[in-house]
Design a binder for this molecule. Structure first.
Ligand code: PLP
Length: 374
């Protein structure tokens, strides 16, 4: 039986065309570190890093590619921001749909977390900012929920925070590569994303983009060799070196470089909306399930959670693989707050998440399986 992969919100599969070839090419033919040696292979690696930075900067509207920082992942990018800008007792504004990649660093620091309430569909209510929000040191917002796909009104929230000069960071884990947006569209100062989800690159690589003001404000999260100003014991003052100590994930960057060559975001978003509509319509007449999140495909990405009201969700996920070859994720998906918000805590859900490669036939198989197991 061939697998039907429906866990793209966790990590995308298959990767974009050319990604594995580019990783192999780097390891077999280049394999040089950048910014250290000055031989040709090292220069080639440096050029690929630069081109990838430039592509990302253009794609997400970061006005200077030097402010596009490569990290070991989205969680690390978020930690760099949160641990750099927040101290114990500081107020931090978040949505009620955050991932633990945001909540746990805040709890670890001892920040005072102010949650923006959400409506029944898991969409934050921008007009209902919690008491004391004006004094927040930072605002961190998930762009779309990894539980029910709900797209958050980031631009509206950012607009309300502008008069208070609160920096806004966006966790674009579930939106980067899904549709086109820029930092300016969102009105944000900081954008964090993984390479391995919607951008369809390899794991172990994340991206942090920031405005000029944040670049001046943010201290380096780690220190180490950069191949530049090596006589100094201090981290270089200039970007990207200030935030990129140590050897970068070059196989990952080569993979991401290849991934960014492919596909139109407009086409991808059209496919995502079509799939979401198809699946939500198919779920409508199935008794014994609950589907949290918006019914309108315009308001969500292709992440659909199903709560099996008469069954154990973990057992359903197991049987989906055993009996139908369908690969999904069940449980709380590292986002307990989001489940509390949409009423699926503590049982969690079985999450189906698509990519542009998911076919109608595969979705039909999944719907039939859900009908049988519900
Ligand atoms: N934020 C959201 C909304 C996510 O869905 C995820 C991953 O599932 C993360 C953060 C963490 O990303 P990573 O595990 O790639 O560091």
């Amino acid at each position: 039986m061939t697998d039907i992969y429906m866990d793209n919100a966790c990590t995308s599969f298959p990767k974009a065309e050319g990604v594995s070839d580019a990783v192999k090419y780097y390891l077999d033919k280049v394999c040089a570190n950048a910014g250290r040696g000055s031989y040709e292979r090292a220069t080639e690696a440096g050029m690929t890093i630069l081109e990838t930075r430039e592509k990302l900067a253009a794609m997400f509207g970061c006005s200077d590619p030097k402010r596009v920082i490569f990290t070991p992942g989205n969680t690390v990018a978020l930690n760099m921001v949160i641990q750099g800008l927040v101290k114990k007792g500081d107020k931090v504004l978040v949505t009620s749909m955050e991932h633990n990649a945001v909540i746990r660093p805040l709890v670890m620091i001892g920040a005072e977390i102010l949650r923006i309430p959400a409506d029944g569909e898991g969409i934050s209510i921008a007009e209902k900012l919690p008491d004391g929000y004006e004094k927040a040191k930072l605002c961190v917002l998930t762009h779309a929920s990894n539980i029910c796909g709900s797209i958050q009104p980031v631009a509206e929230i950012s607009e309300r925070l502008k008069p208070y000069g609160i920096p806004v960071a966006v966790d674009a884990a579930q939106t980067a590569g899904h549709f086109a947006f820029t930092m300016e569209d969102l009105g944000t100062d900081i954008l964090c994303m993984p390479a391995h989800k919607g951008l369809r690159g390899p794991q172990g690589l994340g991206v942090l983009m920031m405005s000029e003001q944040v670049a001046e404000l943010l201290p380096p999260f780690m220190a180490g060799g950069t191949g530049s100003v090596s006589h100094s014991y201090d981290m270089p003052p200039f970007l990207p070196d200030r935030f990129e100590p140590g050897t970068l994930n070059l196989p990952g960057i080569y993979g991401l470089h290849a991934a960014l060559r492919h596909g139109s975001l407009q086409d991808r978003r059209q496919a995502e909306k079509r799939q979401t509509r198809y699946f939500l319509d198919g779920l409508k007449d199935i008794p014994g399930i609950r589907v949290p999140g918006p019914d309108d495909e315009e308001k969500r990405v292709g992440v659909i959670s199903v709560d099996f009201l008469r069954r154990d969700n973990a057992d359903v996920a197991f049987r989906l693989e055993e009996e139908y070859g369908i690969l999904v994720r069940c449980g709380l998906h590292c986002a307990p707050d989001a489940h509390k918000t949409v009423g699926t805590f503590p049982e969690g859900t079985v999450r189906f998440s698509f990519s542009e490669y998911t076919t109608e036939e595969e979705m039909e198989t999944a719907l039939e399986a859900i009908r049988n197991l519900a």
